[in-house]
Write a protein that binds this ligand. Structure first.
Ligand SMILES: [Zn+2]
Length: 330
């Protein structure tokens, strides 16, 4: 059915890699981005994510890749970013997309597409992108923190993703907010979906910030409204957002004590709030160890596209004879 895509790996090497595809697999949408050899974006489109049927899920990705091949008249490399990780038995753990949970997705997709595909955790792909040609390019230790509907993170060391022993390094949305802050702001230890209580995700994610707003008696229905109120110096918004910045600064300082990164890159919707970058250095300076300084905290260069871009670079790496992105930078 998809015979046009059925090239074996050696064919792909002989044909030279000329197109590079990244796919960002979300719980509701799948996005494909098509890059040329210089990582100039040529095309991108999105479809709904099939969540119930694994066969439909595989067919959908194959159709997107075959369409990309057809449009460019090339056979591209394929990298996927997905909100999950490879478990100890090699199966994917992905609670957001039930039909791929427990599957050997890499093997099944590689077989159907006739080419090796790379599958990476989406946040690891994000920080990989920012460490390779992004805002943190050239930095030795790069910590990525996503502040969105949820919270997660990842670490890149010398341009390489640090996976840890079980591929789950960076799940630091599920560590506790400091007891001193819980006490200072009279926050309850909120129950978290991970089974624990008081996780930072419950305070520092987008929904966490809105919860904080209601905790202080402010009636903001969206983060955008709250930030607008803060910019207009509305008293309620200033109280809420200053508390948020205090908690964020404390948390990033805790991460600094653990990892001592050269730079922290923020992603996700909250990372678009410019006021964070003005305020956070002096707040962090209060919380880091004596006679040390906080690292730079910066917004991602590629924003929402960084995950798909990182997946694309990782996918290209299967066929590259050298570090993929170095060819672009040379
Ligand atoms: Zn949790």
């Amino acid at each position: 059915m998809f015979s046009s895509a059925r090239l074996i790996r050696s064919d792909l090497n002989m044909a030279r890699v000329e197109m590079i595809y990244g796919l960002d697999i979300g719980g509701t949408k799948i996005e494909i981005a098509v890059y040329d050899e210089r990582y100039e974006l040529q095309a991108s489109w999105r479809v709904d994510t099939p969540v119930d049927s694994y066969n439909t899920f595989l067919d959908t990705i194959v159709e997107m890749v075959v369409e990309a091949d057809g449009r460019s008249k090339k056979v591209g490399t394929v990298g996927l970013g997905i909100p999950g990780y490879k478990g100890l038995d090699g199966r994917l753990v992905c609670s957001n997309i039930p039909c791929v949970n427990g599957k050997y997705l890499k093997q099944d997709l590689s077989q159907r597409l006739g080419r090796d595909v790379v599958i990476e955790n989406d946040v690891m792909a994000f920080v990989y992108s920012e460490s390779n040609g992004g805002v943190a390019d050239g930095h030795e230790n790069v910590l990525g923190v996503i502040l969105g509907t949820g919270m997660s993170g990842a670490l890149c060391i010398n341009g390489h993703v640090y996976h840890g022993r079980q591929n789950v390094a960076g799940e630091y949305g599920h560590v506790g907010l400091s007891g001193a802050l819980l006490q200072r702001y009279d926050f309850p230890k909120r129950a978290c979906g991970c089974g624990s209580f008081g996780c930072v995700e419950k305070y520092l994610s987008g929904p966490g910030l809105l919860w904080m707003s209601s905790h202080f008696g402010a009636e903001y229905e969206s983060v955008i409204d709250l930030v607008r109120g803060y910019q207009q110096k509305e008293r309620c918004a200033v109280v809420v957002f200053n508390a948020y910045l205090d908690c964020l600064g404390s948390y990033l300082s805790e991460l600094t004590k653990m990892f001592d990164p050269h730079v922290i890159v923020l992603g996700g919707g909250i990372s678009n709030i410019g006021e964070i970058y003005d305020a956070i250095p002096s707040i962090m300076a209060k919380y880091v160890l004596v006679n040390t300084s906080p690292p730079k905290v910066v917004a991602a260069m590629y924003g929402d596209s960084s995950g798909v871009r990182g997946a694309a670079i990782l996918g290209q790496g299967v066929y590259a004879t050298e570090q993929p992105y170095s060819r672009v930078r040379a």
